[in-house]
Write a protein that binds this ligand. Structure first.
Ligand code: PMP
Length: 354
């Protein structure tokens, strides 16, 4: 048995893979999901269902739209300022890692970014806490979970300016209050579904105020006004996302999965803190539940633990090159039994050293 701790694209439920494979062969009357029109009533139903599930699971209030786009979270780094930052204005950004940094870099094409705080000097091992967001900022942007470094921001900074959040790696993993945000975006390939789809949840009344001419495909309004079918949407990715969100609903929704995610993270961090061979890389109060980063106390043991993990069926544990060591990504579909198996592995490795 393989245990998939990959950071994304990542594990999805087996039953979703089975349902998706069946639909590739026969979605409707012998036709594959891959060969039907996106304008067919059958796909329109899928689209409506996927949209409804996002709204239901995240309790999206009225006055917000759920949009399905392509281009990954990386395209949102540019679409956000293009749509929300008026000419000559400044947007506030919290720099908590490479993804936040890439988002900041895109702003200069449209206006100015004011980096209100950064933990760059500490290789992003903590989330900066004391900073001010100027009230004349067009919006405040932050990354809720820093996939590479394993830090997560659980409480939203208090601010009067519109809040924009990159939730690519922790959306659907814990309850959030959507009404506190003006725009949320996420590449799908962690807790939503396969790569190729990006979800945007936007407060309707912040759109149309940038005063800038926006190409149609980069204008949120095109997606909002056309039920995300301004052009051909990523049909299969949306279909699989719909299956996966249905799975999440059948598990009891986000409140239930949050309990499980908490239990998984608590168990693994407990072992990292107990086992003298390992140590966590981030500030304890900022530890992510989705991506658990750790290194060996003795770096010379890293290769042999990596091999031991590989030999025992563990996949995707290698840390990002900018952090090194190991990263256990524990998205919704990763069963707690895989986390217990990893803990057993760490304990056996410890025993083998004696
Ligand atoms: N933001 C975060 C938090 C991410 O984890 C990633 C990718 N893992 C990205 C942005 C970039 O996403 P994409 O590859 O979908 O553009």
């Amino acid at each position: 048995m393989r245990h998939n701790f990959g950071a994304g694209p990542c594990i999805l439920p087996q039953e979703v893979f089975k349902q998706a494979s069946r639909a590739v062969l026969d979605f409707k009357d012998g036709l594959s999901i891959l060969e039907i029109s996106h304008r067919s009533p059958e796909f329109e139903e899928v689209m409506a269902e996927a949209n409804k599930l996002v709204k239901e699971l995240l309790n999206v209030p009225s006055g917000y739209s759920v949009l399905f786009l392509q281009g990954g979270a990386s395209l949102q780094f540019a679409m956000v300022p293009m749509n929300l930052l008026p000419e000559g204005k400044t947007a506030a950004y919290l720099e908590t890692g490479v993804w936040a940094n890439k988002a900041i870099k895109e702003v200069k094409n449209f206006g100015k970014a004011n980096v209100v705080a950064t933990s760059k000097e500490a290789n992003f091992t903590f989330i900066p806490k004391d900073y001010e967001i100027p009230e004349d900022s067009a919006y405040f942007h932050y990354t809720s979970n820093n996939t590479i470094y394993g830090t997560e921001l659980f409480t939203l900074p208090v601010t009067k300016v519109p809040v924009v959040c990159d939730m690519s790696s922790d959306i659907m993993s814990r309850e959030i209050d959507v009404s506190k945000y003006d725009l949320i975006y996420a590449g799908a390939q962690k807790n939503i579904g396969p790569a190729g789809l990006t979800i945007v949840i936007v407060k309707d009344d912040i759109l149309g105020k940038s005063g800038r001419a926006i190409p149609s495909m980069l204008d949120y309004a095109s997606y909002k006004d056309n039920d995300s079918m301004y052009n051909t949407p990523p049909v299969f990715s949306i279909y699989v996302a719909m299956l996966n969100l249905n799975w999440l609903k059948s598990k009891g929704g986000i409140a239930e999965i949050e309990k499980e995610n908490k239990a998984k993270a608590d168990a693994l961090y407990k072992e990292i803190d107990r086992n003298p061979l390992f140590k966590g890389t981030c500030a304890v109060e900022d530890r992510s539940r989705m991506n658990v980063c750790f290194v060996m106390e003795k770096p010379e043991l890293e290769k042999s633990f990596a091999k031991f993990a590989d030999d025992n069926g563990f996949e995707g544990l290698k840390g990002h090159r900018s952090v090194g060591g190991f990263r256990a990504s524990m998205y919704n579909a990763l069963p707690i039994t895989s986390v217990h198996a990893l803990i057993d592995l760490m304990q056996t490795f410890e025993e083998n050293q004696n």
